[in-house]
Design a protein around this ligand. Structure first.
Ligand code: NAD
Length: 271
């Protein structure tokens, strides 16, 4: 392992890597030397997501992400996998192991959002957000754990600032991200004896369909006005910011059960 390639020879899985934060994570892991399995889905079971359609096209967009990983001289492999289906998840993990020989880094990043009050929320809307954002993290972790134990690997979950605060209209999403943080802390203890670390990234505001298709229209204010109003540093966060934090977690063997907020100061901005 050279210092230029701290993750040289390693194998990473990134779920939801056809999306923008997932792309940032996949590309930064590849820059650090890792091969990357890009897991995403073209069609979801539910229209309750940031695209407001079952046709989310994530596996199609994954082709562009794979091309960026390959331009960096690393191997990329796309697997269509809905993280809410245990059979697809175990097939994706087995395909990874047969193609690459093991798994070192698992990034549970796939996530969905809608906005609705608790009073108006459909049961299917609650279930969809909890299924992808929480059950998906559980299923992919469970399938990958035997392989991560062999490699003394790491799990990196994409949570959110919504894992620390409440937000009107986002009770289901906030509950799901609080759950991801509880899961992260608990799993870090279960796997510590096997020298597998488990941590979480908490993004603030990144200009992806979550914002430009869902949250900005709901707030009825320009995206740039939201940034100025809520982010002390005065700029939004980038997919690359999240990718660099993923590399940090993947290369620091004595950090586990932690979450790091990358939000330009939003959570400090209470007055
Ligand atoms: P995005 O819409 O760009 O990407 C999400 C990806 O997840 C899409 O490619 C989608 O196809 C995929 N996906 C959805 N359901 C899936 C499933 N069941 N199985 C497999 N793939 C599935 O959104 P993003 O903003 O890049 O979100 C990535 C993560 O970051 C999510 O967990 C989200 O909650 C979190 N996050 C985002 C922000 C932000 O400001 N954008 C802030 C905090 C946290």
């Amino acid at each position: 392992m050279s210092t230029d390639s701290p993750l040289g020879g390693k194998v990473s899985i990134v779920t939801g890597a056809g999306g923008q934060i997932g792309e940032g994570i996949a590309v930064e892991l590849a820059k650090a030397g890792s091969d990357v399995v890009i897991a995403d889905v073209n069609v979801l079971d539910t229209e309750y997501n940031q695209q407001s359609s079952k046709e989310v096209g994530g596996a199609k967009r994954a082709e562009e992400v794979a091309a960026r990983v390959e331009e960096l001289g690393r191997r990329a492999h796309i697997v269509e996998c809905d993280v809410t289906h245990a059979d697809q998840v175990s097939a994706m993990v087995e395909e990874t192991v047969s193609e690459f020989g093991g798994i070192d880094v698992l990034c549970n990043n796939a996530g969905i959002i809608t906005v609705d009050s608790v009073e108006e929320m459909k049961e299917g809307e609650w279930d969809s957000v909890m299924d992808v954002n929480v059950k998906g993290v559980f299923l992919v972790s469970q399938a990958a754990i035997p392989h991560l134990k062999e490699s003394n690997g790491t799990i990196i979950n994409t949570a959110s600032i919504a894992g620390s605060i409440g937000a009107a209209g986002l009770a289901h999403y906030c509950a799901s991200k609080h759950a991801v943080l509880g899961f992260t802390k608990s799993l870090s203890l279960e796997l510590a004896g096997d020298d597998v670390t488990v941590n979480a990234i908490c993004p603030g505001i990144v200009d992806t369909p979550m914002w430009n298709k869902v949250l900005t229209p709901t707030l009825e204010e320009d995206y740039k006005d939201t940034i100025e109003r809520v982010i002390p540093l005065g700029r939004d966060q980038s997919p690359e910011d999240m990718g660099r934090l993923a590399v940090f977690f993947a290369t620091n063997r004595n950090i586990t059960g932690q979450s790091v907020v990358v939000d330009g100061g939003i959570l400090q901005n209470v007055i």
